[in-house]
Write a new protein. Sequence first.
Length: 549
Amino acid sequence: MKWRRIVAWVVIVSFLVLSVGGLFAQSVVKDLENVKKPAFGKLYFSKKDSSLNIWKGKWVALRQAQGDIPTVEPVLEEVPLGFWELPDRVLVAKLLDGKYHLMQTDRNRSYYVPRGKNLLNDSRTKVTGGLVTGELVTGNSDVGGLATPATFKDAFMTAKGFLKNAQGEWVLRQAQDPIVVVPPVLPPVADKIKIPVGLIMWDNWTRDYWNDPNPKYDYLINHISRNRYAATVWGQKYNLVPFYGRYHAPELVKIRTNVKYSPELGRNTFDEIEKYVEVAYDKTAADTEREVKYYRDAGFDFLCFNYYNTDSYLSETRQHFVAMQNKLGMKMTVKVQNKRSSAEIDHIAQLMTQDYWFRIDGKAVLYMNEGDFEDLPKYREALRAKGGGEIYVVYYGFRGYPGVWTDYLAKRNDAISAYNTSVGGISTQDEQIAKEVSDRESWMQQFGHTHVQLIPVIGLGMENLDKRTDLPTGSSEPVGIITAATIGQIDKKLSLVSGFVKKYPTKVPAVLVNSGNEINESGETVVPKRLRDGRIDTSVVDTFGRWLE
């Protein structure tokens, strides 16, 4: 057991090892040359070269451990300094109370132990080269020499949701002593929703093929790496990992960013960065069957898959569902995206002939985006050629419910729906609830007398976790954040939709929920989640189960 990355220690031992209290919060500057009067012993982060430095009469750069030591994002929250080969232990400078504290942890960040003057007295620690040890003293303890430094306060960790176990290690509360989440006391269900209710399926939780040695080219697979990274970074704040996901030691993945289409090359171009992630999905056909069973048991009737390509990596769940021998009574439809090729239109039309395709008034339901209606005659021709009958066209807008009657006539749609009735302009879930109600009623007052029907969408939030700027808002401004819906708010949404359906029984043939399995955009999803302690959280799908028949 010897320390590696000793180069980091030679520079920092005088102010890190001797005293935890000797560390200071860093200042962020554009360029070290702009710092006129550096404070002795204070840390400075230079944006120019992303370096962490200390002024000790001259600038001294603190070199972070390289190789297989993951950096916890954001980088300044925790600075890896070195590690033992065995057992797996990492030394970090962790920012807690505005100051850095020397902490021992592991690659999974599953525990933390404050370290100070006790560092070299631990019998399990063997350090070689470059360290002056004569001035170091220690306070022994019964926990293998892991004495808590006198300057460290327990409140630093309890404030961040950690508990101290019997070994003197600080662990996340849910890993050590899982909190028993007491569901809110919900009022009895008055009128269940008896019409079909479906889930948007974005298929963002699949296998991360981009990190295969020789991946097949498909620019859409970039989303999988981003999703794994988003789940890693936001996992402590949001419940993101699906029931079939798993937590593991951090691994380095490639993420494509700044994706842009190049007319000259005829394909997308992108920058590539590397990030450490600690979650994986690797969704199997059996996982899809279990997921469908969760939805079926709750009372959902159909799945609306976002259609990428016939064999896109982001279509695995759809492919699994189509291949299921027993679909458990669940139906499907798709929301076509962009212009499809003749082969893809034929493939979709073939699916529309199947008995598991979702139908309204005996017609095969097809969701179409604003730019896809010029292909509608091709879909109708392909379906009729297969003896599949007529198409029930749902005009699916991206900026709330479309509201121009001449537009409806031009698109020849049977119903309208919307991606999210409140993207942009609001931030809280209560505001979203109010806007969903007002949008539904406003549309019904304007178009309730026409033949067009309304399929309202229940939104569960818009957290925009990977800070996407390409989501539409109806203006040039990037999408904001709408807080995730709580269990109580989801229950309220369902109650309001139930009343709306009862009020307009002939105008609302179905309801759609956004979404079943989104991650980068949605604040909450219906799919059951895996907690770090191994439990499966079904609270969201169970709440829907209260209202669906």
